[in-house]
Ligand binder design. Structure first.
Ligand code: PHE
Length: 338
């Protein structure tokens, strides 16, 4: 019997298992109820007492070796089956986790989309501007009090370099380089030297629009903005409130009727139902002249809005700072096809 056992031990050293089927066959052969190991144990009663201990230990060592072989191969084969999944080109691809767009980009793209469809193009310009494009060409002479309206980050004095306070500067550049008809929107980041709080930040994003052609009137402005508010908010009641901007005359603020259905509506509209959305007006003839456009022949309208404000409205975001914190738990909530 010892010889038989030694032979099994020698066999085990040479064993080759290449797949899970082979492993299962091996398990059945050695340790299933009718396998070699139980069979050997059942023979133990025929072994003389003096040899029982030695033979028993040997059978046990077979059992142990078999178990070790099974454990090792189980691990190996499960690793291999994972490797195989990469090689098997017929298997479905691994799922790639998709990111989501930033809410500011979503709203910006929505606004761009609305205006592209009615014939506007997109213009962009530098964030570091000179005084001419940010102020002077926009009808804000050197000591114009309205310069205080937009607290400015100056980079240098003489020559005046600053961080643009609005993307109206892009409109000036666009008018300098293009002849009417002009229909353009200028999305971009702007900077203002303001305290950071839940409602304001030292930078934000704008989309400004400009339309210059023969006989552009206030009616065109109103109709364009009505179309915009219908598309973006699904609201069709607007009002234009007289206002003041140095670069437009007359100037107005556009309010939309948001409604007073929920408690939140009361809070965000301060109980009035109306919400201020953007500033606008007819381009001041001086601005056209500054860009070498004949103000006798051409007229235009312009408007400008803050993207953050609108994103906060649409997504009921209470604190502007959450837009810049890059907290994935916040950002992952925004899925959009645009
Ligand atoms: N440039 C103005 C601002 O940043 C917005 C505006 C643009 C107002 C065009 C009127 C016309 O506040």
């Amino acid at each position: 019997m010892i010889e038989e056992i030694e032979k099994h031990l020698a066999d085990l050293k040479k064993i080759k298992i290449i797949d899970t089927d082979g492993l299962e066959k091996f398990r059945i052969k050695y340790i299933s109820k009718k396998g070699i190991v139980p069979h050997l144990f059942s023979q133990l009663k025929n072994v003389p007492d003096s040899k029982k201990k030695e033979v028993g230990l040997k059978i046990n060592s077979i059992k142990q070796t078999v178990n070790e072989i099974i454990t090792i191969h189980k691990e190996k084969l499960s690793d291999k089956s994972q490797d195989d999944s990469f090689e098997d080109l017929t298997k479905p691809a691994n799922f790639l986790k998709l990111g989501s767009r930033h809410p500011i980009s979503i709203v910006k793209n929505k606004i761009i989309d609305i205006f592209l469809k009615v014939g506007f193009d997109i213009s962009e310009g530098p964030e570091i501007e000179d005084d001419w494009h940010n102020f002077t060409a926009l009808n804000l002479a050197e000591h114009h009090p309205a310069r205080d309206m937009q607290d400015t980050f100056y980079i240098s004095k003489n020559p005046d370099w600053l961080l643009r306070t609005h993307t109206s500067s892009v409109q000036i550049r666009h008018m300098e380089n293009n002849d009417p008809p002009i229909r353009t929107i200028s999305p971009g980041r702007v900077y203002r030297n303001e305290d950071i709080s839940a409602r304001s930040h030292c930078f934000f994003h704008q989309v400004e629009g400009l339309y210059v052609d023969k006989a552009v009137s206030f009616v065109d402005l109103k109709q364009t903005l009505l179309h915009f508010t219908k598309e973006l908010f699904g609201k069709s009641k607007i009002r234009l409130r007289p206002s003041y901007f140095p670069f437009t005359e007359p100037s107005a603020e556009l309010d939309i009727y948001w409604g007073l259905e929920t408690e939140a509506d009361y809070r965000i509209t301060k109980g009035t139902g109306w919400l201020e959305i953007l500033g606008c007006g007819m381009v001041d003839p001086n601005v056209l002249k500054n860009c070498n456009i004949d103000s006798e022949k051409f007229s235009g309208f312009a408007f400008g809005l803050g993207i953050e404000r609108i994103a906060m409205l649409l997504y009921q975001i209470e604190d502007i700072r959450t837009l810049y914190e890059n907290d994935l738990r916040f950002l992952n909530q925004f899925k959009s096809s645009i």
